[in-house]
Design a protein around this ligand. Structure first.
Ligand SMILES: C[S@@+](CC[C@H](N)C(=O)[O-])C[C@H]1O[C@@H](n2cnc3c(N)ncnc32)[C@H](O)[C@@H]1O
Length: 227
């Protein structure tokens, strides 16, 4: 069973966080199709959501909202805090993939309209456009994790935190320190650096030991489960 949260789920605190992070004006994308790029399989986490029915779910690294849509669909009462600065090079990522496709990209054709929409509207607006059907349940926090973690913690402690951003150790260690009751999970279990090793696994194992949890993994997804 996953590490169980005793989250502070005060509606008041969540409403206050929402008020601090209103949705941007998206009328220029009204009626446009979604521009989603689905990445890895995420069954371990959707299963966790269905089994534990969390009230508050924090996603660290939302990109275009592909994984966020899976979390929102898995439980009708889940409120998603989408933490992403949507800056620092991610604006050009889809263009870069089109120019020089990595081996795991089967076809760049579906990416062309996504890249065009990002160039025209900005990646944050495109991501939130993709999530607009769930806007009552999504709080966009446009900050990097190192700023966003303490900021969010000053309002609420999420039940589940899914980490899928920079792959830097601090991202995992800080989340452990600031959110002791949250269940931690994330992407990048299979991610390899240029030497062919998986350095981020060390961070998951370190945090698991600190929390007396074991690491469960399936495809690219990992989850810390109580021993
Ligand atoms: C791999 S993508 C996330 C993919 C997304 N979860 C999905 O499955 O569709 C990584 C995201 O992390 C974001 N990111 C980069 N630095 C970050 C930081 N310091 N804190 C939070 N997010 C960050 C990027 O802007 C990017 O959108």
């Amino acid at each position: 069973m996953a590490c169980k949260s005793t989250a502070k789920t005060g509606l008041h605190a969540l409403a206050a966080l929402r008020a601090r992070h209103p949705w941007p004006e998206l009328s220029e994308l009204e009626g446009a199709p979604p521009y989603v790029w689905n990445l890895d399989g995420r069954e371990l986490v959707t299963e966790l959501i269905r089994n534990t029915r969390p009230r508050i779910f924090l996603e660290v690294g939302t990109f275009l909202g592909g994984s966020a849509l899976s979390w929102l669909a898995a439980h009708p009462d889940l409120v998603l805090i989408a933490l992403d600065p949507w800056t620092g090079g991610i604006e050009n990522f889809v263009d870069m993939v089109i120019d020089s496709p990595p081996s795991w990209v089967e076809s760049i054709e579906p990416l062309r309209p996504i890249a065009a929409a990002i160039r025209q509207h900005g990646i944050a607006n495109v991501a939130l456009h993709n999530l607009r059907a769930f806007r009552d349940r999504v709080i966009p926090v446009r900050m990097p994790a190192e700023m966003g973690y303490p900021h969010i913690r000053s309002f609420v402690e999420p039940d589940i935190i899914y980490i899928d951003a920079t792959k830097q150790p601090q991202e995992y260690l800080l989340v452990h320190e600031l959110f002791p009751a949250a269940t931690l999970c994330g992407d990048d279990w299979t991610w390899q650096d240029e030497t062919g090793t998986c350095p981020v696994r060390n961070y998951f194992h370190k945090v698991a030991a600190l929390r007396d949890c074991s690491v469960l993994a399936k495809d690219a997804t990992w989850l810390l489960a109580k021993n």
